[in-house]
Design a binder for this molecule. Sequence first.
Ligand code: 5GP
Length: 237
Amino acid sequence: MQKRNELYRGKAKTLYSTDNPELLILEFRNDTSSGNGIRIEQFDRKGIINNKLNSFFMMKLEEAFIPTQIEKLLSDNEVLVKKLKMFPVECILRNRIAGSLSKRLGMEEGVILNPPLFELFLKNDAKHDPMINESYCNTFNWVSTKDLEKIRELTYNINNILVNIFNSVDLILVDFKLEFGLFKGEVILGDEVSLDVMRLWDKTTMNKMDKDRFRQNLGGLIEAYEAVAYRLGVNIY
Ligand code: 5GP
């Protein structure tokens, strides 16, 4: 597979075209950002860890019949993916109150949400990803009603799969963000499933094991990511 041109450079990943128009190479960089890219730092090995964990989670989801963009792990920090037509929305699933939900409603972090909450945000850095809903998706043609129903169903299924995986290694999946796209008309999971896009707390200590360690200046980001990989039995070396 020939890597061709850089198509898009995001805050932590870069997309390249390949000699196959249906496939792209996704590169995980060491860059770590918060506050919509206001603060960016590099962490040695983060690209490798996220690439390997993303492949691990996507493969687990594939095994459970969730369609994902992943084709093949190419190198330490690169993965071959399907070229999707991405929906301009971020889908958030919350099992517990934390982060922006806690701030928005003034509610205490950690409270269990039953049933889990499904939220939608517009992908728009300049507007700080405003919250939207199904009606917005419809009116502005961001996602069709049928595709949104599928996205919602997939997100809840993915939550069940991930909760079980983390529960088995004594971790609590607090919330996560997913992005979907279309491939030949089918709704497919795109972007990434890594510790950058989820909140994970240790079941016993309630320590944060995710990107909040960076956002909240807690230190030990890479150590936490490595500890999660170790518990899951994912080889990151
Ligand atoms: P919150 O809305 O509380 O800030 O985020 C909810 C969940 O989605 C968290 O797990 C957070 O990591 C993830 N998330 C939401 N938006 C983004 C984003 O723009 N980038 C990343 N990396 N994660 C996000």
